[in-house]
Design a protein around this ligand. Structure first.
Ligand code: SF4
Length: 150
């Protein structure tokens, strides 16, 4: 099999522009591990946290994912000057931009670089680090339920 385009590693350093956390619609999916971490952060019950901070997003196949809510202006519900749950933030956020969807080929990576000023800049993240992030994603799948129409 051909080596992935990131086999020598990729450069990324967040420039803290907050572009991926606010202003535009987005979807932040949660795993059980994310939810448990956020429940400890919020110090509330699962039901209350889901009611206050979450929404179910249709996957188009009769199921839906548990995701963070957005405010009316599309800022993440956890955004207030900065991420208010930074140490407990979802793995989708902490592993960005080393996502399967962006690493599948170089064109996707390049397209993303146009949106994020941190991509292809700063620290070099080696292939072992990237593979470990992809492996953790496989171990921590997103929460899915049958679509209820609610
Ligand atoms: S868009 Fe990129 S540079 Fe800006 S906050 Fe998000 S990860 Fe950091």
């Amino acid at each position: 099999m051909d080596k992935p385009f990131w086999s020598e590693g990729l450069h990324f350093s967040c420039q803290r522009c907050s572009g991926c956390c606010r202003h535009e619609p987005g979807v932040v999916r949660l795993s059980e591990a994310d939810l448990e971490r956020l429940l400890r952060w919020a110090d509330c019950s699962r039901e209350d946290f889901i009611d206050s901070y979450c929404r179910w997003v249709d996957r188009g196949d009769g199921t839906e994912n548990l995701c963070l809510r957005e405010k009316k202006n599309y800022d993440c519900i956890l955004w207030d000057q900065s991420c208010i749950a930074y140490e407990s933030r979802p793995f989708q956020c902490s592993s960005y931009p080393f996502w399967n969807s962006l690493l599948q080929d170089e064109d996707w990576w390049a397209a993303n670089a146009a949106d994020c000023p941190g991509v292809n800049r700063g620290a070099l993240h080696g292939p072992e680090e990237i593979e470990a992030l992809l492996e953790r994603r496989r171990r921590e799948p997103y929460i899915v339920r049958e679509k209820t129409g609610r």
